[in-house]
Design a protein around this ligand. Structure first.
Ligand code: IPE
Ligand code: IPE
Ligand code: MG
Length: 256
């Protein structure tokens, strides 16, 4: 139809005028810390040496998160499925965890870090369970960085646990099936009072979630790095934030 006016973009909206708008910094960064075993293997060292070097990378990462004023940092340290590893490696990892909490807690507390643990803590030895609970209690009033460590964590197990709580609440007449919505469900997850991750980083070159934050990752930006976790440091953290800043997050809507 010749009577239709020609379509011209308003000058202010022309592509050449558009300045890319950077994302605000991520509120919550989550990291799948992978590659300790390969790091050790490349040096002909036992796997535990890789896990110890991984613990040093955790320290650097917390410092980087503090420096960049990231409010929430979640670290995947041990999955529900990692219990399937050889008994020696599991016991080395639990010994390292025991040592790590004891040696780091005072400094974390002094730096304003609030510690939380998500996962099935009940699968650890009683003394570890007690030290996890102590660490949470000791740091509960801190607000500078919310550091969550996922231990014996699995996203599917977390979702099943939440579903059981919902089923019990319905059976007890506390809620009706019609009351159930995303907010009501989220309140039953380990991450109940946490924001969803904006950015999930995985090291080691693997490109999968391995059962990490399945519900919460719905709209997270994903970054896969070809660096083994023990080699991860402040520069990688800063580069990941810069990559994130350039991402366009749509949440299913159309860009403005
Ligand atoms: C990550 O490193 C630490 C844990 C999963 C406990 P890995 O031990 O998985 O290292 P790779 O993947 O074998 O190199
Ligand atoms: C994921 O790494 C779990 C952690 C980093 C704690 P894995 O090494 O266990 O994952 P897969 O087996 O390669 O998927
Ligand atoms: Mg691995």
């Amino acid at each position: 139809m010749s009577s239709l006016p020609a379509i011209t973009a308003p000058a202010s909206n022309a592509a050449s005028d558009r300045v890319p708008i950077a994302n605000p910094p991520p509120c919550h960064v989550a990291i799948i810390m992978d590659g300790n075993g390969r790091w050790a293997q490349a040096r002909s060292l036992p796997r535990i040496a890789g896990h110890r070097a991984g613990a040093r990378a955790v320290r650097r990462t917390i410092e980087a998160a503090l420096a960049h004023k990231v409010g929430w940092l979640t670290l995947y340290a041990f999955s529900s499925e990692n219990w399937r590893r050889p008994r020696d490696e599991v016991s080395d990892l639990t010994a390292l965890l025991r040592h790590y909490i004891k040696s780091e807690i005072a400094e974390l507390a002094a730096n304003g870090v609030r510690l939380r643990f998500i996962g099935e803590a009940g699968r650890f030895a009683p003394d570890i369970q007690a030290s996890l609970a102590d660490a949470e209690r000791m740091t509960a009033a801190n607000t500078r960085l919310n550091l969550t460590i996922a231990l014996s964590y699995g996203g599917r197990a977390e979702i099943i646990a939440a579903a059981k709580l919902i089923a019990r609440a319905v059976a007890a007449g506390e809620i009706t099936p019609g009351d159930l919505d995303e907010a009501e469900f989220s309140r039953r997850l380990f991450t109940a009072d946490m924001p969803d991750p904006d950015l999930i980083i995985r090291t080691s070159g693997e490109r999968r979630l391995s059962n990490f934050l399945l519900w919460q990752a719905a709209y997270a930006e994903l970054i896969f790095l070809n660096v083994l976790w023990p080699d991860f440091g402040a520069t990688h953290f800063a580069e990941a934030l810069a990559d994130y800043a350039g991402r366009e997050r749509r949440f299913g809507a159309r860009p403005a």
